[in-house]
Design a protein. Structure first.
Length: 305
């Protein structure tokens, strides 16, 4: 097997020394306190802010926050919004925060919101998909999770003791998926990697849950986002990231069996959003607005069923 990643031996899974080598190579590239915590705290006059934990890697640096609508009522639908499960996916975090700041209050009295804007703050600061232990939080939403980021979020959401109508998990796909994160994953697991077979969808798409698909719900999100940015086309095989396209811009994954964030509740309506900030036809701000449009498109559909 050809060497395609600088760490480890091709064809052999990483041991702890390789993981430590990877971790040592990471560097802080932006500041969670300035870009996330300060924005969360600025919402305190309009929303309830709860700290639901802190990462053991540095508890003072990485507190975990949730933002809640005030005055929850039992009869109102409950909607969960999560961002930053993969810390490097910036618009998931900043889109959630921008929605809270500029739009969320328009839905006051109609729906109760619970927003976890940055589940993986270490990943946010180091612009990484994994946590420091080389674990992907988005494959770790299960009992005895190997990811403390996923475990903390899962425990907090379950402790709310409510049935969520919907869960919107905000993500993005970047060129670094092909240049860094997918090669690192293959190297970590001792598998082959063929860059020629790896494609990055150019545009927005969603991932529905194959076990509880809601076609009209996904379409409402796609239709709202197309007012902001372009929708990803299928490849020449009718696929997006290797999955069959079910309708324009929509694919399906079995979220519970993969232990994805979108599978952590029993909500009948779930979606994972994906935007492409490296597209020549999009900007980071446009991607933030696409995330907002996805949320509002979803909420409007649910409130007008």
């Amino acid at each position: 097997m050809n060497r395609f990643y600088p760490i480890g031996t091709p064809g052999q899974p990483w041991d702890d020394s390789h993981k430590a080598q990877w971790r040592t190579a990471t560097v802080i590239q932006r500041h969670y306190a300035d870009e996330v915590v300060a924005k969360v705290q600025a919402l305190a006059e309009r929303f309830d802010i709860e700290q639901y934990g802190a990462l053991s890697y540095d508890a003072d640096r990485y507190p975990l926050f949730a933002v809640k609508s005030r005055h929850w009522q039992a009869e109102r639908p409950k909607v969960l919004i999560t961002g930053g499960v993969h810390g490097y996916e910036t618009s998931g975090v900043q889109g959630a925060l921008a929605f809270l700041d500029a739009v969320a209050e328009q839905y006051a009295g109609q729906v109760d919101l619970l927003v976890l804007p940055c589940i993986s703050p270490w990943g946010y600061e180091t612009i990484n998909r994994w946590n420091p232990l080389c674990v992907d939080p988005n494959r770790s939403f299960r009992p005895d999770s190997p990811s403390e980021e996923a475990a903390a979020a899962l425990a907090y959401v379950q402790a709310q003791g409510v049935a969520f109508l919907a869960h919107l998990d905000l993500h993005e796909t970047t060129d670094s998926d092909k240049s860094e994160f997918r090669p690192a994953l293959a190297a970590r697991d001792g598998k082959a990697f063929d860059a020629a077979k790896e494609g990055i969808p150019d545009g927005f798409y969603t991932v529905d849950d194959s076990e509880r698909a809601q076609d009209a719900f996904q379409k409402a999100i796609i239709d709202a986002v197309r007012q902001v940015t372009h929708i990803a086309p299928a490849d020449d095989q009718g696929l997006i990231i290797g999955a069959p396209v079910q309708q324009e811009g929509v694919i399906h994954y079995p979220k519970r069996s993969l232990f994805l964030c979108g599978g952590m509740t029993d909500a009948p309506y779930v979606t994972t959003t994906e935007v492409y900030p490296d597209s020549p036809k999009a900007t980071p701000e446009q991607c933030n607005r696409a995330q907002i449009a996805a949320i509002t498109g979803a909420l409007d559909h649910l409130l007008n069923r």
